[in-house]
Design a protein around this ligand. Sequence first.
Ligand code: ADP
Length: 412
Amino acid sequence: MKKSSAHDKVALLKMAFTGLDGDELHEMAELSRFCSYSADYTVCHEGEYENTFYIVADGKVVITQKTNDSGGERILRLGGQGDMIGEIALIQSVPRSASVRTTSECVMLEIGKKDFEVILKRNPRMAMDITRITLDRLRANDKIAIKDLQKTNKVLRQLDRNKLEFIQVAAHELRTPLTVLKGYVDMLHAFPDIEENEALRSMLAGISKGADRMHEVVNTMLDVTRIDKNILNLAAAPVLVKLVIFDIVVSLEKNLKERNVEVIINHIDDMPNIYADPSMIEKALYHLIVNAIKYTPDGGEIRISTRKVMLKNEIPGIEISIRDTGIGLDEEHHQLIFEKFYQVGSVALHSSGKTAFKGGGAGLGLAIVQGVAQAHSGKVWVESNGYDEGNCPGSTFYLQLPINAPCEEGED
Ligand code: ADP
């Protein structure tokens, strides 16, 4: 960087600030100085607090913004003679919002923040000029950012579709050999040699349990692809919610005993039946109850309650709440957990097993619950005072469903 004086300060300032008169331009020229920079020199650094304002007197610059932490950047604009740079730092004490790099040898007219403030106080017209230029640039930057976001959104949507297609193919490919495996296991049970041999019998039970669990995972994968493609094909029939909850809890009795977790069910006396898709409602409640067990330490308690509620537009509905005494959930995750594949914390730290404490999963359960709720014009949400594995504040999941869901009539 070296000083240069072969340029006319007043002419340059006039180019930048059209509203200033001769005296004002001369006053400003007095407080400014020319500096020269070689090509590829970074004049302003994004994220840094810098107090100099520049007008390009000669040469070219490029104004860029970081797009990620690993060096990616996008070009906001190119600048040349008469262009103002770093003017926002003069108005507000904020870090630079972009970097400015010379792309050729450059001469800049520079003014320090303090000097500039003195002139600015005396010249409201100049303040107006700077505000106008700044607003124009913000608008132009917004346009670039929106275009970038639209492009990224398109790519993300395509990636999401690819992921779903992969899941669908994987689930279909796994289902066939799994059915064969289960068939052979069932046949093996018929062999007296195996049934009479304690060791073989328990090995076969282990294979059978593993195959059932895999079957469940494969079905969850298929459910989520159906939900995402909006092809749930709901068929309405009377659903006895009390009975569905009871059946799920009974089916999980062994797991609850293993984990020493108690389930307390509390229904209102005149709990109505609802018209909905029975298998979908059962799946949603199953995922909510399994999660409550999974994220509650041994010895905990789960309270399932139902009540009548009025939904949006005065539509009568029911609310099922599942309150656990588990690890809780920080607010920042309350909405995201309903997205496909979203899991809190490191997946590598999860233990395995359907109801093991913090047992791993595919991060699909709550996406299915949300899909089922939406398909029935209901909703699901969570309330929790935050994650605390030591004190276990617990979480409560609420599922609201209309008594008469808008789905197709069932066959029976
Ligand atoms: P997963 O297969 O990981 O359980 P889900 O979609 O069912 O996937 O849940 C997504 C995430 O939400 C879980 O990884 C977990 O972090 C969090 N979560 C779900 N239910 C509970 C709960 N009852 N208590 C605390 N966290 C929960």
